[in-house]
Ligand binder design. Structure first.
Ligand SMILES: NC(=O)c1ccc[n+]([C@@H]2O[C@H](COP(=O)([O-])OP(=O)(O)OC[C@H]3O[C@@H](n4cnc5c(N)ncnc54)[C@H](OP(=O)(O)O)[C@@H]3O)[C@@H](O)[C@H]2O)c1
Length: 286
C-alpha cells in the first residue's frame, strides 16, 4: 500500500484527483495551502516524513498568467521554489515526485506539435517560473515525472469553459481569438491518467517529462463555438477575432499543440478527443 500526498488539492486538477482516486487501494492525503503550504520547506519535510509518503502529486501552482507578469516573485515562490522543496523532500524520503507543468514553457512559434525534446523559451513570467520549477525538479536528483499540460478546464474553479457558458448565455455577440491554437485538456482526463499510473505503480523506472492534453487541435474560437453548441446557447453570434483586439501585457503562445506520443507509448494510454471530453464536462456542469 502506497502513501500518496496530493498538494494544491482544492484546484481544478486536485479536485479531479480526489474524484478519480476514490476507489484506490492506496492511502491518499489531500492538502491545499491551509494544510500544507508548499512554499514552507520545513512543513513539506515534516509532512512527507510523518506520513511516510511514497509519491507526491504536485497539483499546486500560481496559475494566474496575467498576475504573474505583475508579481513574478510570487509566481516564482510557488511555481519554482516550492517544487524544489517538494523534490528535496522526495529525495530524502526516497519518494517519487509527479509534477505538473505547462505548454507555456514553449515560445509558440512552431507549426507542428511540440514533443518533449523541443527547446523551451517561455514568452512570459508564468512560463519562466514553471520552466524554472521543472529544472529544479530535474536537477534535485529525486525520482520525478513531469506532465506538461495545456488549456486545462473542469467543473471546478474558474476556466474558459465556465466563462464561455456564462457569456454565450448572456450576450448576443462575442469575439473570441482564432490566432491562438492548441488543445484543451479536461482535468479529469489528466487526473485519471495520473491516478492510473500511480495505482499500477507504472511510474517506477519511467522518470522524465511527458506531454499530456486531449487529442485534436483547435483555436479558442473553435473551442468557444463547440462549448456554445453543446450547451444549446444558439442565441449568441460568436465571431473570430485577432489577439490584438484584446491588448494584454502577457504574450501568449500562438501555437502550443503538444505531441503526446511518448506518454501514450510509455503508459499505454488512450486519450479522448477534446470534443468528447468537453461533452462529458458540460454534461456534468448541466
Ligand atoms: N489552468 C490551466 O489552464 C493550466 C494549463 C497548463 C498547465 N497547468 C498546470 O496544471 C496544474 C494544475 O492547474 P490547475 O488549473 O488545477 O490549478 P488551480 O486550479 O489554480 O489550483 C492550484 C491550487 O494550488 C493552490 N496553491 C497555491 N499556492 C499554494 C501553496 N503555497 N501551497 C499549497 N497549495 C497552493 C491554489 O490555492 P489558491 O487558489 O488559494 O491559490 C489552488 O487550490 C498546475 O501545475 C498548472 O501550472 C494549468
Amino acid at each position: 500500500m502506497l502513501n500518496i500526498l496530493v498538494t494544491g488539492a482544492n484546484g481544478q486538477l486536485g479536485n479531479e484527483m480526489r474524484l478519480r482516486s476514490a476507489t484506490s487501494r492506496h492511502n491518499w492525503l489531500f492538502t491545499d495551502v491551509a494544510e500544507l503550504d508548499i512554499t514552507d520547506p520545513q512543513a513539506v519535510n515534516r509532512c512527507v516524513a510523518a506520513n511516510r509518503i511514497d509519491v507526491i502529486v504536485n497539483c499546486a501552482a500560481y496559475t494566474n498568467v496575467d498576475r504573474a507578469e505583475e508579481d513574478e516573485a510570487a509566481a516564482d515562490r510557488i511555481n519554482h521554489l516550492a517544487p524544489s522543496h517538494l523534490a528535496a523532500a522526495a529525495r530524502t524520503a526516497g519518494a517519487t515526485l509527479i509534477h505538473v507543468s505547462t505548454d507555456y514553457v514553449f515560445p509558440g512559434d512552431a507549426h507542428r506539435p511540440y514533443d518533449e525534446q523541443q527547446p523551451t523559451a517561455p514568452l512570459g513570467a508564468y512560463g519562466r517560473t514553471k520552466l524554472a520549477g521543472e529544472r529544479a525538479v530535474e536537477q534535485s536528483g529525486c525520482s520525478s515525472l513531469i506532465f506538461r499540460t495545456a488549456w486545462l478546464y473542469s467543473p471546478f474553479g474558474n476556466n474558459f469553459v465556465k466563462t464561455m457558458l456564462r457569456l454565450t448565455a448572456e450576450r448576443d455577440t462575442l469575439n473570441v481569438v482564432f490566432d491562438q491554437v492548441g488543445t484543451p485538456t479536461y482535468a479529469g482526463d489528466l487526473a485519471e491518467a495520473i491516478c492510473n499510473i500511480v495505482e499500477t505503480e507504472r511510474y517506477k523506472g519511467r522518470e522524465g517529462i511527458y506531454h499530456f492534453s486531449n487529442e485534436g487541435v483547435c483555436s479558442w474560437y473553435d473551442f468557444a463555438v463547440e462549448i456554445a453548441r453543446l450547451a444549446g446557447h444558439t442565441g449568441c453570434d460568436i465571431r473570430p477575432c485577432h489577439s490584438s483586439e484584446f491588448p494584454s501585457k502577457t504574450q501568449r503562445p500562438a501555437y502550443s499543440v503538444l505531441d503526446k506520443t511518448k506518454v501514450k507509448e510509455a503508459f499505454g494510454l488512450r486519450i479522448p478527443h477534446w470534443r468528447e471530453s468537453l461533452a462529458n464536462c458540460i454534461a456534468k456542469l448541466q
